[in-house]
Design a protein around this ligand. Structure first.
Ligand code: SF4
Length: 331
């Protein structure tokens, strides 16, 4: 009897290998790619699924995913990446998908000891346990270092033909890939912005200063230079033309938490948003930043338009020492 598994496919080498190993054992594979709001746009899962000849289903995070970033049960990695919680979240969804399509077990390309945050043996146990998959989550690349799972004990897959990879080295994985006909080896990358130190600074600022932040606030982290004025107020300045448009669009959305949008009135420069109270202090600060980042100042009397929901005011910005020295949370 042919058995069916659901394999998480990121498009990286490990998940591709996990699929190919299952195919070699005659197991039917359904690939599942999990996207978060922080997944890099250069996702290679589609290409990998085509190459491997498997059907791919893409699932996205729900809003509750953000709660993991605000308060992860198992902590953060080096950046704002709550990898253990995130993997549990992914596998819970994979389990649901497995039940929906009537598959028998889940497969993942995790390698023991490869990532310090989420792939130590104890992390893998935690992930399997908390996603309620303890006996049904098979990691073929390191299976021989882990207790046998139900698919191995029942003979759905042959444990002798599984592997004992350990650690970060890729050389042997690449050799295996070539021997299994995978020629196009993807370069290693988490593809997740939460692991990037600069982006993480913005995430930590948001979750600490705005604990009730919503998906819109997290989306805003991807756009512009972010300046924190005080605990309640942040100013975001566009870095290029496309971001100016993006900021204005985001401001117009129903779920926006920005209170004002700023545009240069008589010079070329960036758009900006105020997130937090709009008052004389935040308007002076934000308009000064718009002037600081002006591209071309061909007037001696620059002016900045500030639009709130009820009012339109035009101010003369001043770049004082504080604005000149203002540091971004991260560029
Ligand atoms: S790197 Fe990002 S997507 Fe991957 S497990 Fe960690 S938090 Fe999740």
């Amino acid at each position: 009897m042919t058995h069916r598994c659901v394999t998480l496919l990121s498009g990286g080498l490990d998940s591709m290998l996990a699929i190919r190993i299952m195919q070699e054992q005659g197991v039917e594979v359904e690939a599942l790619n999990f996207k978060t709001a922080f997944t890099c746009c250069q996702d290679q899962s589609g290409q990998a699924a085509r190459m491997l000849g498997v059907r791919l289903t893409v699932v996205s995070q729900d809003d509750d995913y953000l709660e993991l970033i605000k308060k992860p049960q198992f902590g953060f990695g080096k950046g704002a990446n709550p990898c253990v919680d995130c993997r549990i979240y992914m596998f819970e969804r994979a389990k649901h998908f497995m039940e929906q399509i009537g598959a028998d077990f889940i497969v993942s390309g995790e390698v023991v000891g490869q990532r310090p945050m989420s792939q130590k043996k104890k992390d893998l146990r935690t992930i399997s346990y908390h996603s309620d998959l303890e006996d049904l989550l098979l990691r073929p690349l390191s299976a021989k270092l882990l207790p046998p799972t139900l698919p191995e004990r029942e003979g759905w897959v042959n444990r002798d033909d599984l592997y004992d990879f350990y650690g970060r080295g890729r050389k042997k994985l690449i050799q295996l890939a070539k021997s299994l006909g995978i020629e196009d080896i993807p370069s290693p990358s988490t593809g997740c912005a939460l692991t990037e130190p600069k982006f993480s600074q913005k995430v930590f600022d948001l979750v600490r200063k705005q604990p009730s932040s919503q998906p819109w606030d997290f989306e805003l982290l991807k756009v512009g230079r972010h300046f924190r004025l005080d605990d309640e107020t942040k100013v975001v300045v566009g870095r290029r033309e496309s971001e100016n448009g993006q900021l204005e669009f985001m401001h117009s959305q129903a779920e926006s938490t920005s209170t004002a949008v700023l545009r240069p009135e008589n010079f070329q420069g960036p758009a900006a948003l105020i997130v937090g109270p709009t008052n004389s202090e935040s308007m002076n600060y934000a308009s000064g930043l718009v002037l600081r980042y002006a591209n071309a100042l061909d007037t001696t009397e620059p002016q900045v338009e500030i639009l709130t929901q009820e009012t339109r005011v035009v101010v003369t910005p001043v770049v004082d020492e504080r604005i000149q020295n203002a540091k971004t949370l991260a560029d």
